[in-house]
Design a binder for this molecule. Structure first.
Ligand code: UD1
Length: 333
C-alpha cells in the first residue's frame, strides 16, 4: 500500500484530505508545525478507529533535515502546509516567504532524495492577479501582486521544474477561495466566510473591504478534497508538471455572500464598509475544464449548500464553546 504524507495536516484543508484518505482505507502520515494548524483538527485521527492508520510528525518544513526525514519511505505527498493569507504576507513577507518558499523547496529536495513518486501541491488562484480576461484559464501568464501569490507561484515553478528535471510527478492545484468547516474564524487573517459567520453569530457587524462588488469563485472544501484525490489517481501523462484550477466556475460578490449568511444566521444589521485591502485582487472566476478533462473533476457542492453546511458546523462549535443556561420551565427532568 502506498505511504501518503499530508503536510499541513492540522490545518483546514490538510485535515480534510487526511481524514478522507483514512476513511478510504489509506495509511496516512501527517505533518504540521501548528503555526496556524490546530491540534483539535486531528484529535479524532489520533484516537478511535482511525488511530492505527494515522501517524503524526510535528515538524517545520523550514528545517531541511526534518523535511528530508518526513519524506523517508513516502510514495505520495499532498503539500498543503503554508502560511496563507494575502494581508499576512503584506504585513510580514519574510515569515511567509520562509514558510511558503523555503518550506516547499526543502520538501521537494527531501522528496527527490527519498524517491517520492508524486506531489499534489496547494497552489493559489491569486496567481492570476488583476489582469484582464475572465474566466481565468491556466494558460494565462501569472501576474501575482502581493508576496503571498508570488510565493505560491514560485512553488508552482519549482514543482514544474522537479517534474521536468528529475521526473518527480508534480500536480499543482490552484485553489479558488476554499471554505467550509474548520477554517479558522477568529484571526485577522481568516478567510472571509469563516470571519463573517463568527462575527454574525456574535452579533458583530462584519466589515466588507471595498464596495462589496469584489467577487470570488468560492469553493466548498469537499470539492477541493475531491480534486486532490482525483489528481492523485490520474495517470502521469495527464497531470504531471501541470497546473489546474480548482473552483466551481461561478463568481459571487461579497455583498451577495453577506446577504446569504445574514439570512442563514438571521442577522439583521448592515455590514460596515471599509477601504479595500492592499494587495487584494478584485475578482476571481475560473474555467475548470482542464481539471474536468484531465481527471474528471466535477464539483458537487454548490455555494448555498456549502454555506448551509458551514454555518451548521460553526453553530455547533459555538454552542459547545458557550453552553446556554437551562431556562426555567424548559427542563425535561
Ligand atoms: C484566499 C485565501 C488564500 C488563497 C486565495 C485563493 C484565506 C485566508 N486566503 O485569499 O490562501 O490562496 O483565497 O484561493 O483563505 N474580506 C472582507 N472582510 C473580511 C475579510 C475579507 O471584505 O473581514 C474580503 C477581502 O478583502 C477579499 C475577499 O473578502 O476581497 C476574500 O478575502 P479572503 O477570504 O481573505 O481571501 P483571499 O484574499 O481571496
Amino acid at each position: 500500500m502506498a505511504r501518503i504524507l499530508v503536510t499541513g495536516c492540522a490545518g483546514f484543508i490538510g485535515s480534510w484530505i487526511a481524514e478522507t484518505l483514512i476513511a478510504r482505507g489509506s495509511v496516512v502520515c501527517g505533518l504540521d508545525n501548528f503555526e496556524t494548524g490546530k491540534r483539535a483538527n486531528i484529535a479524532h485521527l489520533l484516537s478511535g478507529s482511525a488511530s492505527g492508520r494515522f501517524e503524526f510528525i510535528e515538524c517545520d518544513l523550514r528545517d531541511p533535515g526534518a523535511a528530508a526525514r518526513a519524506c523517508q519511505g513516502v510514495d505520495i505527498i499532498f503539500h498543503q502546509a503554508a502560511l496563507p493569507s494575502v494581508p499576512r504576507s503584506v504585513k510580514d513577507p519574510r515569515t511567509s516567504h520562509t514558510a511558503n518558499i523555503d518550506g516547499t523547496f526543502n520538501l521537494l529536495e527531501g522528496a527527490r532524495a527519498a524517491g517520492v513518486q508524486r506531489i499534489v501541491y496547494a497552489a493559489s488562484s491569486s496567481a492570476y492577479g488583476n489582469q484582464a480576461g475572465f474566466p481565468r484559464v491556466e494558460t494565462m501568464l501569472p501576474m501575482p501582486i502581493a508576496p503571498y501569490p508570488v510565493q505560491k507561484v514560485t512553488g508552482e515553478l519549482y514543482m514544474q521544474s522537479y517534474w521536468q528535471v528529475y521526473g518527480l510527478e508534480t500536480v499543482c492545484l490552484r485553489y479558488f477561495n476554499i471554505f467550509g468547516p474548520r477554517q479558522v474564524p477568529d484571526s485577522p487573517y481568516s478567510g472571509v466566510m469563516a470571519r463573517f459567520i463568527l462575527q454574525m453569530m456574535r452579533g458583530e457587524r462584519p466589515t466588507i473591504f471595498g464596495d462589496g462588488h469584489h467577487a470570488r469563485d468560492f469553493t466548498y472544501i469537499e470539492n477541493a478534497v475531491s480534486a486532490n484525490l482525483l489528481a492523485l489517481e490520474a495517470p502521469a501523462e495527464k497531470v504531471a508538471g501541470r497546473v489546474f484550477n480548482v473552483a466551481c466556475g461561478q463568481s459571487h460578490t461579497l455583498n451577495h455572500i453577506f446577504r446569504i449568511l445574514a439570512d442563514l444566521l438571521d442577522f439583521k444589521q448592515p455590514p460596515v464598509y471599509a477601504p479595500p485591502r492592499a494587495g487584494d485582487i478584485r475578482m476571481s472566476l475560473a474555467d475548470i475544464s482542464a481539471a474536468r478533462e484531465a481527471f474528471g473533476y466535477d464539483p458537487q457542492v454548490g455555494l448555498e449548500e456549502g454555506l448551509r453546511r458551514t454555518v451548521a458546523w460553526y453553530r455547533e462549535q459555538f454552542a459547545l464553546a458557550s453552553p446556554q443556561p437551562v431556562e426555567k420551565g424548559n427542563c425535561a427532568c
